[in-house]
Design a protein. Structure first.
Length: 209
């Protein structure tokens, strides 16, 4: 059964409030996006499987826990998704990183693919697809379908801000993919931007217009 988790951690909510502000510059915006991704990764990996192993401490031998099961991969949707990678890797440094390049056609609002590069063993990993914004859902739906077409079966999607329209699109297209959301906003406006949102995440991360 699909799991949709809207984060309620006070630090996540506080930092999302900071990135919404128009007077938050690119340097601080980038840092905050990474920090939010790190905190969200902590919450989204809560159900990873563990196993017992025996080790030697400076005092004695004992049994401890370590991660088991599938290895992890992080796949940002370019370009804004890049802003979340560093925070994810701070929590799971052994994860491999792939990239999927999509842009939204301003006329049709449909995603257009321009790049895809994935680790060779991506189909054997638990994959976190990351993008700061889930607006219409078109890019996320397309990126996840690209992964599925390449044989990837274990996929989770993580975004910082989502619109209800995007969540519904994901539920319809990929009911087998768990979704982790930092904040669920009100709606999309006529231009396909999330309201209240934070504007264009890619432009704010990279200082472009």
């Amino acid at each position: 059964m699909q799991k949709i988790v809207i984060m309620d951690h006070p630090l996540i909510r506080h930092k999302i409030g900071l990135i919404r502000r128009t007077d938050t510059g690119s340097k601080d915006f980038r840092a905050l996006i990474g920090e939010i991704a790190m905190y969200m990764c902590y919450e989204a990996t809560r159900d990873l499987k563990l196993r017992d192993i025996e080790i030697e401490t400076p005092i004695c031998r004992t049994t401890v826990k370590e991660l088991s099961g599938k290895k992890l991969a992080v796949v940002p949707i370019l370009r804004a998704g890049l802003g979340m990678v560093e925070g994810m890797l701070a929590m799971i440094p052994a994860a491999k990183v792939g990239h999927i390049g999509l842009y939204r056609d301003p006329a049709t609002l449909k995603p257009v693919e321009y790049y895809c590069k994935l680790p060779a063993d991506t189909d054997e990993r638990e994959v976190f697809v990351v993008d700061p914004m889930l607006a219409t859902g078109g890019s996320a739906v397309a990126a996840i379908q690209m992964l599925k077409d390449k044989g990837v079966k274990n996929i989770r999607f993580m975004c910082i801000i989502a619109a209800p329209e995007g969540v519904e699109a994901m539920k319809k297209a990929h009911p087998d993919v768990d979704i982790y959301i930092g904040a669920l906003d009100e709606c999309l406006n006529d231009h396909g931007y999330i309201v209240p949102g934070l504007g264009d995440a890619g432009d704010r991360i990279f200082g472009t217009k």
